[in-house]
Write a protein that binds this ligand. Structure first.
Ligand code: ADP
Ligand code: MG
Length: 234
């Protein structure tokens, strides 16, 4: 497998007034094309900070991040915007859908500016929402709204899919439908997928687990036989 993203000695220090928080303390990691990695760790261990840096939503204090042959630190703002727009799909805990737009229109917001997108209809079908296309967010359940957010993230055919606690606001039965959608798009579209959770049971669905503690990678774990989300014991 080819690494598509690499982090070398990445640190992040947040300064709030006189207070410094060392959020990342030297992260070395790589992400292979097509793999599904779970980033697992307690609240405050630096998971979101790392994800945001991989997706170029934030910059490291020191260290380097590479996407294929490109050093993110050497890119201009315009190049970073383009990197995010073309190559990265984001899914967050809260769905950030536009309430006045239907599911299809929410996805179309992204496909209209991407270079080689799939049709919004196809993206929604891939997450099992073909029949909910013309519904507004308020007419959808939490799990369905999150699947619209996933459709929006994958419609641009990203090489990288970054998901920050996508099931964090959902009950476990609904969470399963969201994880199933993620596993399926990872398998069918081959986007390298990073999935943040603090629920250790979810790690069973991944190819690899990166355990984070106190801003560092405590250990990595390869999952020889990933389990379908519906069979995860919660
Ligand atoms: P996790 O996602 O694992 O819960 P985070 O990456 O959000 O952890 O946070 C790691 C540490 O950095 C925490 O101590 C958190 O309080 C701190 N932190 C995160 N974002 C900021 C910020 N914007 N300003 C100051 N401190 C922050
Ligand atoms: Mg977080």
């Amino acid at each position: 497998m080819q690494p598509i993203m690499q982090a070398h000695a990445v640190t992040k220090v947040y300064k709030t007034g006189a207070v410094e928080v060392q959020a990342l303390r030297g992260i070395d990691m790589s992400l292979n094309a097509g793999e599904l990695v779970v980033l697992l760790g307690a609240s405050g261990s630096g998971k979101s900070t790392l994800l945001n840096i991989l997706g170029a939503l934030d910059t490291p204090t020191s260290g380097a991040v590479q996407f294929k042959d490109h050093e993110l630190g050497a890119m201009s703002e315009a190049q970073l915007t383009n990197f995010r727009r073309e190559h990265v799909g984001f899914v967050f805990q809260f769905y950030n859908l536009v309430p006045a737009l239907t599911a299809r229109e929410n996805v179309a917001l992204v496909t209209e500016i991407a270079q080689n997108p799939m049709r919004p209809e196809e993206a929604l079908e891939r997450v099992g929402l073909g029949h909910r296309m013309h519904h507004f967010p308020a007419e959808l359940s939490g799990g369905e709204q999150q699947r619209v957010a996933i459709a929006r993230a994958i419609a641009k055919r990203p090489e990288l899919l970054l998901c920050d606690e996508p099931t964090g606001a959902l009950d476990s039965a609904t969470g399963v439908t969201v994880l199933e959608a993620l596993v399926e798009v990872n398998r069918d579209l081959g986007a390298a997928t990073v999935l943040i959770t603090h629920n250790a049971a979810i790690r069973q669905i991944a190819h690899r687990v990166i355990h984070m503690a106190d801003g560092q990678i405590a250990r990595e774990e390869v999952i020889a036989n990933p389990v379908p989300p519906s069979e995860v014991s919660w």
